[in-house]
Design a protein around this ligand. Structure first.
Ligand SMILES: *Cc1c(COP(=O)(O)O)cnc(C)c1O
Length: 482
């Protein structure tokens, strides 16, 4: 049972900041509430005997049960669709739920998916630990900026191309139009995780992507208080080729397929009616409200965070303790040219630095900070820092970390809304702590890559093999959670 959600007040023709405040507004005819009311209810009353039949058969629009739709969620769905330039959007309980839902709607056992190798670790886990278990094969493209590499990975069974607009921590920005074009030549849609860029910086659907997913827990909600996710869809993809039998062959109660009923909206309708409610990653209406509140200031936050990130990245790039800075906003980044083509209002605020002193330097800087929060999250109003090698990427082998460019001296930063001078002063404190280590820095780590792990360090993976570190179990749990 679904309802039709015309994107009234979608605000085409209006600027981004106007749309983030007004598009898709819920109007409360009863009391005139200016903000969207929080419809905190499991179900919705059926007026009479016939109303149930009409709603469940789809003859009539309306809400029946919050797992299938809720007016508070619908308002924020309309808003994100308007901001991404999409036709429709579905709110789910987390970013991970959005990635899972989008892919479960597309894939069947025996299918093949091609993903960029630099995707979010949680998504990589979903693919490797679960989709493979269900009979889906996965190929990773290690040169995601190269359309030929994507093309070479495609087989007759490929049903999805998956990438991220700004991957973390290395900022190897996706050439969305080029990869979408490769997919379309083979009848395969491109799904883009746009979490780090947000629709303020880039709208992948406008560049040819077919589906956008988000962790709304990051910049969209912005305040670091709730989790949520979105699946946003565009139009024009042909779902009727036979590659997606769930859309073009499976028949509904009226004897028609999703493609026959909904044309190029078949996929999103199938997600809304049969995938998201069945797998059950449903958000609370309270979270829908809080995410909408966050979105209302998105452009201001991302503008400021991007500007501060550029200033901090430039400061760090000039420090002798810093071997490299992976920020697509810097001229020195190998991904700057692609980023410049896609981003006009900033380059985001999540990036990595690699310290010349390897893990001991990372530890010294990390533990000396007083303003940055040591935490696994991104896009928060507060600045955050994390050591991926021992946290998010702890389950990866040293060879995999080397391939991903994640050394022992690499730290990931997510720049928040503090005064940039205070952030620089905090990092200066961290750099001073590295200098205080002085002579004990391993000389062979001067290239900054931080490989191989420093065996003298009691937490290095080289040591770990010999004597298990009790902290690793805790780190595994963290890696699971992110
Ligand atoms: C955080 C994140 C996710 C997962 O989102 P959750 O809301 O934490 O489930 C997916 N993709 C990217 C790029 C992320 O940063």
């Amino acid at each position: 049972m679904t309802t039709d959600r015309p994107l009234h007040a979608a605000g085409s023709g209006l600027g981004f900041s106007t749309r983030q405040l007004h598009a898709g507004d819920h109007s409360d005819a009863q009391h005139g509430s200016r903000t969207t009311p929080i419809f905190l209810t499991a179900g919705f009353e059926l007026d009479d005997f016939d109303a149930g039949g009409a709603l469940f058969s789809g003859e009539r629009d309306g809400y029946v049960y919050s797992r299938h739709g809720n007016p508070t969620a619908a308002a924020v769905e309309r808003r994100i669709a308007a901001l991404e330039g999409g036709d429709d959007a579905i709110l789910v309980a987390s970013g991970q739920g959005a990635v899972a839902g989008a892919l479960l709607g597309l894939l069947n056992a025996g299918d093949h998916l091609v993903a960029s190798a630099s995707i979010y670790e949680g998504t990589r886990g979903l693919l490797g630990e679960h989709l493979e278990r269900f009979g889906v094969t996965i190929s990773y493209v290690t040169a995601p900026h190269d359309p030929a590499a994507w093309e070479a990975a495609i087989t007759p069974h490929t049903r999805v191309l998956f990438g991220e607009s700004i991957p973390n921590p290395k900022n190897d920005v996706l050439d969305i139009a080029a990869i979408a074009e490769v997919g379309h030549r083979h009848g395969v849609p491109l799904v883009v995780d746009n979490t780090l860029a947000t629709p303020y910086l880039v709208r992948p659907l406008e560049h040819g992507a077919d589906v956008v997913v988000h962790s709304a827990s990051k910049f969209l909600a912005g305040h670091g208080s709730v989790l949520g996710g979105f699946i946003v869809t565009g139009h024009g993809f042909d779902w009727g080729t036979g590659s997606y039998p769930q859309l073009s062959e499976q028949r509904g109660p009226d004897g028609r397929t999703a493609v026959e009923r909904h044309g190029d909206q078949a996929y999103v309708r199938y997600l809304r009616e049969l995938v998201v409610p069945r797998f059950g990653a449903v958000p609370s209406p309270l979270h829908a409200f809080l995410i909408q509140q966050g979105i209302e200031t998105l452009s201001l936050r991302v503008q400021r965070q991007s500007a501060s990130a550029l200033a901090v990245a430039r400061f760090l790039a000039a420090q002798p303790e810093v071997a490299s800075v992976d920020y697509a906003g810097l001229d020195s980044s190998p991904h700057h040219a692609v980023a410049e083509r896609y981003f006009s209002a900033g380059y985001g605020s999540v990036f990595a630095i690699t310290l010349a002193g390897g893990r001991p330097a990372a530890r010294a800087l990390y533990d000396a900070l007083e303003i940055f929060t040591r935490m696994t999250h991104l896009g928060d109003v507060r600045s955050l820092i994390l050591h991926p090698s021992t946290t998010t990427h702890v389950l990866r082998t040293d060879a995999e970390k080397r391939q991903a460019g994640i050394g022992e001296g690499l730290l990931r930063l997510s720049i928040g809304l503090e005064d940039v001078d205070d952030l620089v002063a905090d990092l200066e404190r961290g750099l001073a702590a590295i200098r205080a280590l002085g002579a004990i820095l391993p000389a062979d780590d001067a290239d900054g890559a931080g490989f191989p792990p420093d065996a003298a360090d009691p937490t290095s993976s080289a040591r770990r093999a010999a004597e298990p570190d009790p902290r690793i179990a805790a780190l595994d749990r963290i890696a699971e959670a992110v």
